[in-house]
Design a protein around this ligand. Structure first.
Ligand SMILES: [Ca+2]
Ligand SMILES: [Ca+2]
Ligand SMILES: [Ca+2]
Ligand SMILES: [Ca+2]
Length: 367
């Protein structure tokens, strides 16, 4: 029983409300099978603090189990062991944690976010903009109504400046936009699972300790319904997609390299509306802009956009802001704090609009 077991997923389920009976929340655990021939049972453990569990629950040779009777609003910690036919028990698996959500009175939205509607936190059909103040650690959502901000909603502060907000996307497929963070001191990666504009829990992914690898977007590249993570190595110019299975990495795919590291990946979206997510590039030295048209995770062709020679203009994201289905581009000026949206007609610039300026350039935007 030396073989390690890894819990590979955990999903908390909403509590069920039945007439006159209230069942509390539950959590659904799955783990990778132990392949030793003398396996007798797995034991599931859980508790309300890390590495401190109650009595084992023997579950036979099934590799999944639903723990129920869990209290809403409480965080639980789970681990699994394997027991052989002689009664020897393995060490604990990796530990996973989950906060059990209170039952939602509103049914979750069923819309799947398209490539160009990617950060709609409140579910009103318009792309929102998230902001992080890199010195105070304040994080906010601008809930947008088209190109107008309708409200501003505070997210939890993240005071360590090494944490950067990197990308948005619905990773767990519950119809709510989630937020990906990376720590540029430790390489840690975490996804904030959101319920509309509220963070309900978070999931740490395995860290990527090579800090030259930067997260530069999230989108479903292989069209399997799962939001994937796009990386660029800022030293070697390699580009990579992490194909995800909800919040877990399933496969890494290398894209074409771009050795000139003055080229930054600054956005994703289906610019030509062929159903495949494309990649937006900006050259931080000379101000050229390009779109890579993709066929899944394979480069297909590229198109050059208008040049913006003032490299203080940074592209902070892309998505459809005016609801015509075409992907638009969000710009922020690093010196004067102006914010502009470019409206595109497929891959051609058509017009632009200045939206509310944010003069404090410690604020960075993201869609
Ligand atoms: Ca989600
Ligand atoms: Ca995918
Ligand atoms: Ca496309
Ligand atoms: Ca548009």
């Amino acid at each position: 029983m030396r073989q390690r077991i890894h819990i590979i997923s955990l999903m908390s389920l909403f509590g069920l409300i039945l007439p006159s009976i209230v069942l509390a929340g539950s959590a659904n655990l799955r783990w990778r099978a132990n392949n030793e021939p003398d396996l007798a049972t797995y034991n599931v453990y859980y508790g309300a603090s890390p590495r401190s569990y109650g009595n084992p629950i023997p579950v036979g040779n099934s590799t999944s189990y639903e723990v129920d009777g869990l209290a809403d609003g409480q965080t639980y910690y789970f681990a699994v062991t394997a027991v052989d036919t002689s009664g020897n028990e393995s060490g604990f698996s990796n530990e996973v944690q989950e906060m059990i959500e209170a039952p939602d009175q509103q049914p979750p939205p069923v819309t799947t976010l398209s490539h160009n509607l990617k950060a709609d936190f409140d579910g009103n059909g318009w792309n929102d903009i998230v902001w992080r103040h890199q010195s105070t650690g304040r994080d906010v959502i601008w809930v947008m109504d088209g190109t107008q901000r309708s409200t501003l909603i505070d997210l939890p502060y993240v005071t360590e400046p090494e944490w950067r907000m990197e990308a948005t996307g619905d990773f767990d497929q519950d119809g709510h936009t989630d937020i990906v963070w990376r720590n540029y001191a430790t390489g840690s990666i975490t996804i904030w699972k959101m319920d509309r504009t509220r963070r309900v829990s978070y999931r740490m992914l395995a860290p990527v300790r090579d800090l030259a690898w930067a997260i530069c977007g999230a989108a479903d590249f292989n069209n399997d319904g799962h939001t994937d993570i796009l990386w660029r190595n800022t030293e070697t110019g390699q580009n990579r997609v992490w194909l995800m299975n909800q919040m877990a990495l399933s496969q890494m795919i290398d894209l074409n390299s771009v050795a000139d590291v003055n080229w930054d990946i600054v956005g994703t979206g289906d610019f030509d509306r062929d159903g495949n997510c494309d990649i937006l590039w900006r050259n931080s030295r000379d101000g050229r802009n390009y779109i890579w048209h993709m066929n899944g995770t394979a480069y297909r062709s590229h198109v050059r956009l208008l040049e913006v020679a003032d490299t203080n203009w940074r592209i902070t994201g892309s998505g459809d802001f005016d609801g015509d289905g075409d992907c638009d581009i969000l710009w922020r000026h690093a010196q004067n704090g102006n914010n502009v949206i470019w409206f595109l007609n497929a891959t051609t610039y058509s017009s632009h609009i200045y939206i509310e300026a944010v003069q404090d350039t410690n604020w960075g935007s993201l869609i």
